[in-house]
Design a protein around this ligand. Structure first.
Ligand SMILES: Cc1ncc(COP(=O)(O)O)c(C=O)c1O
Length: 311
């Protein structure tokens, strides 16, 4: 934990982690990998500050839950945001793409690949023509194979699926590097960080070390394909119980958009019963299943890969 971030030893760890990630996601040569700090939230600002470089730049945001809503709010500080989904959209699914209002001159189309709180996951890649896609994979990176070549930027905080809090992974197509606005803080400037090999300032060294171990573990499991199969099996177990419970367990997400990673549900019908939900959590706790309680709207018996990985 005391290794200098500029030491040969740490450099070997970092390069190893980047190579493993490249192998695991088949990241093409024209994409760079950065290990930054600031979490997913830092990227909510970094993305518009690096891509919305001209006055009046427009960016399309697909808001499908609270994380994309937060990213949109941040984006509004730096560019003209077009909320491209119909305003009637609730956080229980993804409206058909025929109803979206994408801007032809957008600098990027943004969405959250898996809404961690609302349990809505994209199981398709939107059609955006030449407009680069930016996606937040904080809660489903490496839970299935991904065609990276279809994206402009993929980012993810490490703490859910690939390690512990601290490091943030950014996978970026190289033509999108080098356009930051002059006021972009150095630690969020993709070009500066790339030129400095992700050590422009002290990176989260221990978090990167853990990521390296997790990547190696995922490789041993059979890679992203194997993780994808496992998360299908695990999530199906829970959805089958919900669906066969005659409404006792209740999920408000449309089945086609259900997350394989985070499954919010209520107990005792759509409103939930405080008594039953508390009893469920107490009984789960007795059986060694802790930390299932989600946000106030839901109970989240989440099959977060990290909690499964490290047991
Ligand atoms: C999908 C998603 N995006 C972004 C964030 C914010 O990440 P951070 O806390 O690393 O800023 C979270 C955190 O839970 C998340 O689940």
């Amino acid at each position: 934990m005391e290794l200098s971030h500029r030491s040969t030893q740490f450099s070997t760890i970092m390069q190893g982690a980047k190579k493993d990630l490249r192998d695991l996601l088949n990241i093409p040569e024209n994409y760079d990998i950065l290990f930054l700090q600031g979490g997913g939230t830092g990227q909510f600002s970094a993305v518009p500050m690096n891509l919305c470089t001209t006055t009046g730049s427009v960016a399309d945001y697909l808001i499908t839950g609270s994380w994309s809503a937060k990213a949109t709010k941040e984006g509004e500080k730096y560019c003209r945001v077009n909320k491209a989904l119909p305003s009637s959209n609730a956080y229980n699914g993804i409206p058909d793409q025929s109803t979206w209002n994408l801007s032809p001159d957008a600098k990027y189309v943004y969405f959250c690949a898996n809404e961690t709180i609302h349990g809505v996951e994209f199981n398709f890649i939107p059609e955006t023509g030449d407009v680069p896609i930016v996606t937040d994979m904080s809660s489903n990176i490496l839970t299935k194979p991904v065609d990276v070549s279809k994206y402009g930027i993929i980012f993810a905080g490490a703490q859910k699926n690939i390690g512990i809090a601290g490091a943030t992974v950014v996978i970026i197509r190289d033509d999108l590097v080098g356009h930051a606005v002059p006021f972009c803080p150095s630690i969020l400037d993709y070009k500066l960080n790339l030129q400095n090999n992700s050590v422009y300032n002290t990176p989260s060294t221990f978090s990167i070390y853990i990521m390296d171990l997790v990547f190696k573990w995922i490789k041993k499991q059979g890679g992203a394909e194997a993780m994808g199969e496992k998360s299908q099996v695990k999530s199906k177990l829970i959805y089958d119980v919900i669906d066969s419970s005659s409404g006792f367990y209740y999920s408000s997400v449309f089945p086609k958009d259900r997350s394989r990673v985070n499954i919010p549900f209520r107990i005792g019908g759509s409103e939930g019963s405080e008594y039953l939900e508390k009893k469920f959590l107490d009984e789960a706790h007795k059986r060694g299943m802790v930390s299932l309680k989600g946000h106030s709207l839901s109970v989240l018996p989440v099959t977060k890969v990290i909690s499964v990985l490290l047991k």
